[in-house]
Design a protein around this ligand. Structure first.
Ligand SMILES: [Cu+2]
Length: 439
C-alpha cells in the first residue's frame, strides 16, 4: 500500500459527516442517494443508501429488545439486508437463496428479531454485496448494555474506502476479474466517519466503536491523542482489555475501544502506509474535563456464551485455494471460479457440514493462497485458537494471512442454514463461500 495511490484531497477536517443520529426507524428504505464522499466543494457522488443517506441510519436498541424493521427495496434490482454478527433466527439472516428469497424491485420484507448480545454490529446488503455494499448499502447497528460502561461519549467510527473517478463518481467495474483474483476492489480514497459529530474534551473518557465497512480493504489503524484499550472484538467483550497497538480490522470486523483523551487538539485516526500515515479522520478536542477521576479501564460484562465441549468436538478442515499466482488459476479456473474452499467454488446443494444442534466443532482454516482472507460465519461467533492452543478472541470474522493456518472452535447452537464465506466481498463474488447447516 502506497500513500501516493490515494487521492490526496483537502483536509479531512473539512468533511462533514453525513450520518444523522435518528431513533431507530421502523422502515428501512434502500434507494439511490447522493453523498458527499469527497470534500465539500467537490462533486457529490451518486450512490445507494438507506432512508436517504449512506451510511444508513444508526439502528440502536438495548440488549434483549426487538428490532422490528420493514425493509423496502427501491434500488431497481433485487436486494436483502444481513444483520452482521447478530445471533438471530435463521429466517431473519438476510441471505437470498439460503435463508429467504431475494427482495425484488419495489417489494418489501419484514425483519423482526431480538437483539441477543450487547455490542457493536452493522447491517448491509447481502445481494450482489460486492457492488451494493461498495455503493453504500450499509449502516451501524448498536446494541447497548443494560448497564453501559461509564463514558462521556459513545462514538461510532465507520471506516471505508471508495474507488473514485476524477468526476467524483464511483468507478464501475465492480466485477473486475483482476481485482477479484488479487486483493479485491480497493479504493483510492478512504475515510473514518464519526457519529455523532461532536467535540470532545481533553480528559473525557470515550467509547469508540470502530467498524470496517469496506468491501475488501484491511485497515491497520493507529489512534492518536488517546490512551486506551480494546474492550471488545466483533461485538464480544474481551475477558481482559488489550493494548491499542497493533489494531487491524479486516472487512466486517469491529473493535470497541474505551480511551481517555490526552491530546488538547484532536483524536486522529491514522492509516499507516509504506510512505507515511494517511489521515482517515479526526475528532476535534475542545476544553478540558477536570472532573473525571482517573480509573482503570475494566472489561465489559460478557454476553451469554455456550462453552465448547472440546473433548467431543468434530474436527474439520477448510482450505482456501485459488486467486492470482495459484496453481488453480494456472489450470484455467476463471469467472466465478477464481476462489474455492476445499476445491469447491460457490454454494453446493449440500452443506459443508451438517451439525447437530449444540455440537462443538474445531475447524482448521488453511490459507493456501497468496492473499489474506477474512472468514465470516453467519449466526454464530467462534473462538480463535491461539498459538498456545488456548481459546482466544470470540469473533464472527477472522483474518487469516496468506500461507497461515488458524483453528477456530465453534458451538453450532443456532439452527438453520448459515453462510460461511470470505468477507473480502470480491473474493466471495468469485467463489469463496460455502454453507453449514445446524439441525
Ligand atoms: Cu478472501
Amino acid at each position: 500500500m502506497n500513500r501516493r495511490e490515494f487521492l490526496i484531497t483537502t483536509s479531512v477536517a473539512a468533511l462533514v459527516p453525513r450520518i444523522t443520529l435518528a431513533s431507530t426507524p421502523t422502515e428501512l428504505v434502500a434507494q439511490p442517494v447522493s453523498a458527499q464522499i469527497l470534500p465539500v466543494g467537490e462533486p457529490a457522488t451518486p450512490m445507494l443508501g438507506f432512508n436517504g443517506s449512506t451510511p444508513g441510519p444508526v439502528l440502536r436498541t438495548r440488549q434483549g429488545e426487538i428490532f422490528d424493521i420493514r425493509f423496502r427495496n427501491q434500488i431497481g434490482e433485487g436486494s436483502a439486508v444481513h444483520w452482521h454478527g447478530l445471533r438471530i433466527d435463521n429466517a431473519m439472516d438476510g441471505v437470498p437463496g439460503l435463508t429467504q428469497d431475494v427482495v425484488e424491485v419495489d417489494a418489501e420484507f419484514a425483519y423482526r428479531f431480538r437483539a441477543p448480545d450487547a455490542g457493536t454490529f452493522w447491517y448491509h446488503s447481502h445481494n450482489r454485496s460486492w457492488e451494493q455494499v461498495a455503493k453504500g448499502l450499509y449502516g451501524p447497528l448498536i446494541v447497548e448494555e443494560l448497564t453501559p460502561p461509564d463514558v462521556d461519549h459513545d462514538l461510532i467510527v465507520l471506516i471505508d474506502d471508495w474507488r473514485m473517478t476524477e468526476a467524483g463518481t464511483l468507478a464501475d467495474g465492480f466485477e473486475n476479474m483482476h481485482d477479484q483474483a488479487h486483493q479485491g476492489r480497493l479504493g483510492n480514497y478512504a475515510r473514518a466517519l464519526v457519529e455523532p459529530s461532536t467535540p470532545v474534551r481533553r480528559g473525557d473518557r470515550v467509547r469508540l466503536r470502530l467498524i470496517n465497512v469496506a468491501t475488501d480493504r484491511i485497515f491497520p489503524i493507529e489512534i492518536e491523542g488517546v490512551d486506551g484499550k480494546i474492550v471488545a472484538n466483533d461485538g464480544m467483550p474481551l475477558v481482559s482489555p488489550q493494548e491499542l497497538s497493533s489494531l487491524i480490522l479486516a472487512p466486517a470486523q469491529r473493535a470497541d475501544i474505551i480511551a481517555d483523551i490526552t491530546s488538547p487538539d484532536q483524536i486522529a485516526f491514522m492509516f499507516p502506509t509504506q510512505d507515511g500515515p494517511y489521515l482517515l479522520g479526526e475528532i476535534p478536542v475542545e476544553d478540558a474535563n477536570t472532573e473525571r477521576q482517573p480509573s482503570e479501564i475494566s472489561a465489559l460484562l460478557p454476553n451469554e456464551v455456550t462453552q465448547p465441549n472440546l473433548d467431543n468436538a468434530v474436527s474439520l478442515t477448510l482450505t482456501m485455494e485459488g486467486g492470482a499466482m495459484s496453481r488453480r488459476m494456472m489450470q484455467g479456473m476463471m469467472g466465478g471460479d477464481i476462489w474455492a474452499f476445499n476445491g469447491q467454488s460457490g454454494l453446493t446443494d449440500t452443506p459443508f457440514h451438517l451439525f447437530e444442534r449444540g455440537q462443538t466443532a474445531r475447524i482448521r482454516l488453511v490459507n493456501d493462497t497468496r492473499f489474506p482472507h477474512g472468514i465470516h460465519l453467519h449466526g454464530h461467533h467462534f473462538f480463535e485458537v491461539g498459538a498456545d492452543d488456548g481459546l482466544g478472541a470470540f469473533r464472527d470474522t477472522t483474518l487469516v494471512d496468506a500461507g497461515e493456518t488458524r483453528d477456530i472452535v465453534c458451538v453450532f447452537d443456532n439452527p438453520g442454514k448459515w453462510l460461511l464465506h470470505c468477507h473480502m466481498l470480491g473474493h466471495q463474488a468469485a467463489g469463496m463461500k460455502t454453507w453449514v447447516e445446524v439441525a
